[in-house]
Design a protein around this ligand. Sequence first.
Ligand code: GLT
Ligand code: MN
Ligand code: MN
Length: 384
Amino acid sequence: MPSYTPMPSDTFTFGLWTVGNIGRDPFGDPVRKPINPVEIVHLLAEVGAWGVNFHDNDLVPIDASPAERNRIVRDFNAALRETGLVVPMATTNLFSDPAFKDGAFTSNDPQVRAYALHKTMHAIDLGVECGAKTYVFWGGREGVETDAAKNPVEAIKRFREAINFLCAYVKDQGYALRFALEPKPNEPRGDIFLATVGHALAFIATLDSPEMVGVNPEVAHETMAGLNFLHGVAQAWDAGKLFHIDLNDQVVGRYDQDFRFAAVNLKAAFFLVKFLEDVGYAGPRHFDAHAYRTESYEGVKAFARGCMRSYLILKEKARQWNADADIQALLAEINAGDQAPIPYSAEAAEVLKERDFDRQALGIRGMPYEQLDQLTVELLLGVR
Ligand code: GLT
Ligand code: MN
Ligand code: MN
C-alpha cells in the first residue's frame, strides 16, 4: 500500500498567497490572522511541499524601502535554505493596486502601461534572485466591463508589445527564465483578454520570441468557461507549451472557487493526473487553491496535505488503470486495426478515392465506452 507521502520528486508547490490566504471575500473580512512569508515557508515544509511561489508583493510590500526589501529577501532565502524549499516560479501583482483598475499592460493609460513594465522588471529581478525558472503572467485586470471602453485588437497589441519588451529584457539580462501566460475568462474583470488556453496559444505564435513563452493553465479557469480542462492541457502539451500548471477545483458556473485539488470533480482530476503522469510532465505541480473560509491554520494544513495526497492517490489509480487487464482489453478492442495515418501521395489519394467502404458496417460497429467508463468509475470507487 503506497504511503502517499509527498516527495521532492513530486514537484508539489504552493503560492505564498494560497496557504497564506486570510479568507477575505467581496462580502466578508479576513477570518485568519496574516502569517509572514518565513512562517509560510515553515508551514509548507511541515506539510511536505517541495516549493513555494510568490507575487512580488506577497514577499515585499509595494511601498517597502530598498533596505526593507533586502532584509525581507535575506530572511526569506534563509528560511528556504533552512527548510530545503525551492522557488520554481514567481509572478507580478498587477491587479491589487488601484493604479491597475483598468488593467496593466492593456490599460488605456500609457503611464499605467509603463509602470506595469517597470514593476514587472523589478519583480522579475526579485524572482530570479530567489531561483525562479518560470515567470507567470495572469492578466486578472486585463479586460473590460464594457466593450465601449477598449478596442480588443488594440488591447491584444498592447499585451504583445509588453510581453515582447519583457522577453527582450530577460534575454538582455541573461536570465534563464521562461514565461507562462495564465488564461482566465472573467473575474475580477467582466471579461478578461486571453480568456482560455486556446486564446493564449494563438497569441504566443504572434510574439517576437515565441519559444520563450508557454501557458500556465488553471483547472478552475477553464472550468469557469465550461471547457474540458484536460483538452486545453493536452493541446498545450502537444504544442510544447505546457510550462506550468495550476491545480485546484471548481464547480462550473460559479465564482472563482479555487477549491482543494480534486474536491469537486474526481473523474476529471483522475484523467488530468493520468495525463500528466503518462506523458511525463516534468514541471511544477502547483496548487493554486486555498482553504475554505471556515478554516483555522490547522484546516489550512489539512487543505494543503489534501491537495498533495489526492494527487498521489490519483497517480496510483492511474497506474492501476494502465495495468488493469479488463481495461486494457477494451482499449485494444477500441483501437484495433492499422492506426497508422495514410501518408499523402497522388497515388494514395487516387487509391483512397477508388476504395469501397461498407458504410453500414462502420455505423453498426459498437464502441464499448460504457463498459470502459464504468470500469473507470469502479476503479475510482475502490471496488476493483
Ligand atoms: C490570483 C489568481 C491566480 C493566479 C495568481 C497568479 S494570482 O490568485 O486567482 O489564478 O494564478 O498571479
Ligand atoms: Mn483561480
Ligand atoms: Mn492560478
